[in-house]
Design a protein around this ligand. Sequence first.
Ligand code: ATP
Ligand code: MG
Length: 759
Amino acid sequence: MAARPVPYLDELNPAQRDAVEALDGPVLMLAGAGTGKTKALTTRIVHLLNMGKAGPNEILAVTFTNKAAREMKARVGRLLGQTIEGMPWLGTFHSICVKLLRRHAELVGLKSNFTILDTDDQLRLLKQLVAAANIDDKRWPARQLAGIIDHWKNRAWTPDKVPASEAGAYNHRSTELYAQYQVRLRELNAVDFGDLLLHVVEIFQKHQDVLEQYQRRFRYILVDEYQDTNVAQYLWLRLLAGRHKNICCVGDDDQSIYGWRGAEVGNILRFEKDFPGAKVVRLEQNYRSTPHILGAAGGVIRGNESRLGKELWTEKDAGEKVRLIGHWDGEEEARWIGEEIEAMQGGTRGMRPFSLEEMAILVRASHQMRAFEDRFLTIGLPYRVIGGPRFYERMEIRDAMAYFRLVVSPEDDLAFERVVNTPKRGLGDVAQKKIQTMARSNGVSLVDGARLLLDAKGLGGKGAAELQRFVDNLARWSRMVGSPELSHIELAEIILDESGYTEMWQNDKNPDSPGRLENLKELVKALEQFENLQGFLEHVSLIMDNDSGDDGEKVSIMTLHAAKGLEFPAVFLPGWEDGLFPSQRSMDENGIKGLEEERRLAYVGITRAEELCTISFAGNRRVFGQWQSSMPSRFIDELPEDHVEVLTPPGLYGGGYGAAAPRTGGIETRAAEANVYNSPGWKRMQSRIQDRPVSQPKESRNQVIDLDAVSSHTTGERVFHQKFGYGEIIGIEGDKLEIAFDKAGTKKVIAKFVCGADD
Ligand code: ATP
Ligand code: MG
């Protein structure tokens, strides 16, 4: 077949071209951020197709996220100038393994219609096994076992392969439990997430004919973000590429950020051993970022001992320096970023205008998103959260909110159903059915139905006692609502503690539980901006109600992990404080290795930026109503001074908005005292922090203005709404106002969230 012309090769530099045109044999592309690895990989797919080396269904291409897979497919189509008939084997490890496992399920004792268990089912199963083994589940909770098993599966250890040295937990019965768990899964015709790879690797290892079938089918293998593959994924690739060795892996050791999930950066280093004669291509020209951004990123990553060491250069103009700004607290930081984003849309500080699509906020921990989401909702700035639910949609937040709702409105049956058995109170389906029947036949709410059921002794055993405690607690908390002795914030903490909900997550050893606890703390923090629980609940229901869909331009919010491989013209990196970033947990658990992984995460963050990178930190964060002052991140000290401009905090604290603080020295000192903290604004900020009582007077800007009388409004009046901004009242209906907003269109809102335009 005659090759078509290849204009797409002209878009590449010689090193990239080299990697693309070396179609056969092993290729390793090892290069820093933004050097065009993904571009080269995509072009390679196009070239394989164009040269007739393989059909779309003969190429196995592995990316890290579904989003990346979609983008790669689109790019291939664009470069090829035609829509391709789909590439069935372009996807994530998991999506590809599901397909393979469905075809060969019987080889590992499953049927092809196996189910993939979610975490809840998985835990239920493990709990039963731990109980049956007579192991104290307080000392050894099932969630911990889930984490251990996941870790083993990532290393491709089946129960018989787990080294004895790793199997001490659960009174040395962890491997036995693991084996039983695998048996139970097979009986249920189910797999967990880790099994997807593990089973396929096992099939390939035990059934040579099947392996050969796929070795022939996948004529070419391509892997993006290779530095983040774990051992099981690595084995899988090595098996598939074993015959023809047409494998091209691209990665960057400096961007390895999944060590905590079992990724092995050593896989990169092993590549040349496993595939002798591999062509190794290094790319050094960065096409994404300005020299200042690269200089800042390079300065930080230099702090890592264990790295292969690469230098990047770019032809771009110097551009803006990386901007650094300190804030008094986290709310202030969110506020400043919101204002800055709005200003940047119009062009500010002599820079070009940036559209919302061109801007992104990258956070270390997902709980940091809450402050931004609340702030953006308040000022009506459209945003999207990438790679996870929005804050108020998270499971733990919805659970906690259900408790609050139930305390404020005991007849909220949906809320009752959600939390009656969360945490587990031995009130399963049978008990819940009884409650529902009782409630329905008496025409009362579920809470009252539960009370009637208890009175009628219609429930026995442990469940009855637990239900009694639950309804008694609810009644008690409801009586506390509005109590002068107790703030709604304290009440919220009491509810979360006494219900056992917080404890449930504290005992949970899954890697994501600490994050959930952080989110709960963040939820309590959000309450501080409201007068009472009702006001807060209404605020949230308005937010959830007005999900503006996916049309229109939006600023993106995501974690640093989710940002891997992406790029944005302007990036905000908030929360650079020791303990938050680098994360204390990561350092505590993994010492220097943990710190180095955090530093790579910082490198990933800075290198997402094309033109403008803004790093910020707060001097204080509130945790459960307590002020905790924080030190700026040690990574800030590592930013080379030449590439950084220090902005003074906003006018509120003295110093002009955007005026550079006096610089008296390098940024190398701990806490960057020499410059950021010598600014008059910072000193004033410090004195305010010290003077400030623990219980803060509310600041009017954050407060929901509670208007008693709705009649204080008239049609035609100009008003301001927390979320939608300015508008004019065009109708009044009870406590609801119909308002034509300047920016948000016409909406019905609750009067209490509205105040006069010039208040
Ligand atoms: P990361 O390590 O962050 O995943 P990467 O090495 O995969 O980065 P790409 O995303 O492929 O880098 O490329 C970064 C940017 O540079 C993209 O916008 C891409 O289109 C552009 N680019 C890559 N190669 C070239 C080139 N030879 N000429 C011009 N632009 C290029
Ligand atoms: Mg990439």
